[in-house]
Design a protein around this ligand. Structure first.
Ligand SMILES: Nc1nc2c(ncn2[C@@H]2O[C@H](COP(=O)(O)OP(=O)(O)OP(=O)(O)O)[C@@H](O)[C@H]2O)c(=O)[nH]1
Length: 349
């Protein structure tokens, strides 16, 4: 099933909602202006609406949401200024919601800068006010409004960033989680069509991890998992990503490497783990299966090949790196009649 474009895109959702609210708010006024013979005002209303809808459609059809947000903000704020000029104090009522919405549409500093500029233009132009007191009251209320909006936007932003980090990371080890892994592998396979650079993938599985739990307890096992992740993270580049695939199994995505470089990265990780845990009893080691993305891979076949190589590393004695051969697959043992074939896991226990 195709993913909805709004599912993971908060900014796109905000822009779409803004467009919907703009239609609901502006269309009745445009109709009223036409019916009361004020065609110029109706044209202004429809012009503002057309520009906002253009920005919304651009974002919806895959355009850059940051640019779309800026375009929608500039259109609505300019529209608000024109309406204030045409209708005086009554037209100024629109500026409150417009300046508030800007904090949802674009980054805080842009919203703040545009709000200050819009308030300054209205005050300097001055035709909306019958007295200095009115101008002061507008300046004070508008300033308080944008200050609250800025504080609220800042809190919302930091909470959203924390929630996104929580949703993408494994809480025990800090590695990215399986959900993030699937998205990253899908992206790497799709990106192949745009950038023709090689990309490596490795599965890292701790050896005999059950023994650590059995001898030292589950909490000691947890500490080993966290230390393992810290060791791997210290050996990989900024653009590489480590994911917890499940239990004591991890996936490492290494963009921009060929098979030789991938083997060196994996070997470096393997020997670092061996060294760092050499004084433990039992010693902790890792088996690694790695492979380069092939032109006709989907993410599952790519991962499956790395898994087959990791399985071979286990069979060949553990604590080693195996690079998948072309078309390598995890062997299956003959199943009893009537049952689906199962991987030869029994041989590893
Ligand atoms: N402490 C701890 N243990 C975990 C966690 N997740 C999975 N495990 C344990 O990891 C162990 C995995 O055992 P196996 O699948 O038999 O693998 P293994 O002992 O590493 O053996 P090989 O992979 O064949 O080398 C099980 O005992 C799980 O309980 C976790 O989050 N914390």
């Amino acid at each position: 099933m195709a993913a909805s474009p709004t599912r993971d895109n908060f900014q796109l959702v905000v822009i779409l909602l803004f467009g919907l609210i703009a239609v609901l708010a502006i269309v009745p006024f445009a109709v009223y202006r036409v019916m009361s013979g004020d065609l110029l005002a109706a044209v202004v209303d429809m012009g503002i609406l057309a520009c906002i809808i253009g920005g919304v459609l651009y974002a919806w059809r895959g355009g850059n949401v940051a640019y779309a947000g800026l375009a929608v903000m500039l259109t609505s704020t300019t529209g608000g200024l024109v309406v204030a000029k045409m209708f005086g104090l009554a037209g100024l009522f629109w500026m409150g919601p417009i300046l508030l919405a800007n904090f949802l549409l674009v980054q805080r500093r842009w919203a703040l800068a545009i709000a200050v500029a819009a308030i300054a233009i209205i005050l300097i132009e001055g035709s909306a006010f019958a007295s200095a007191l009115e101008a002061w009251m507008f300046a004070a209320t508008a300033s308080v409004t944008i200050l609250f909006a800025a504080v609220f936007a800042s809190r919302t932003e930091s909470q959203r960033i924390r929630l996104e980090a929580l949703a993408a990371h494994d809480t025990l080890t800090g590695a990215k989680n399986r959900l993030a892994m699937e998205a990253a592998l899908r992206g790497a396979v799709a990106g192949r069509r745009e950038v023709d650079e090689p990309c490596g993938l490795a599965i890292l599985d701790l050896d005999h991890f059950k023994r650590i739990n059995d001898r030292h307890g589950h909490e000691a096992g947890d500490r080993v998992l966290s230390r393992f992740v810290a060791i791997v993270m210290s050996r990989i580049r900024r653009g590489d990503s480590l994911f917890r695939y499940g239990g004591e199994e991890f996936v490492l995505l290494v963009p921009g490497v060929d098979a030789g470089a991938l083997q060196r990265v994996a070997e470096n990780v393997r020997s670092a783990v061996e060294q760092e845990f050499s004084s433990e009893h039992p010693p902790v080691t890792v088996s690694i299966g790695a492979t380069i993305r092939e032109p006709d891979d989907d993410w599952q076949s790519w991962l499956g090949r790395a898994d087959a190589a990791m399985y071979r590393a286990k069979r060949e004695g553990r604590n080693r790196v195996c690079i998948a051969g072309p078309g390598e697959q995890r062997p299956v043992k003959a199943a009893p009649s009537g049952k689906a074939p199962a991987p030869e896991d029994a041989a590893l226990s």
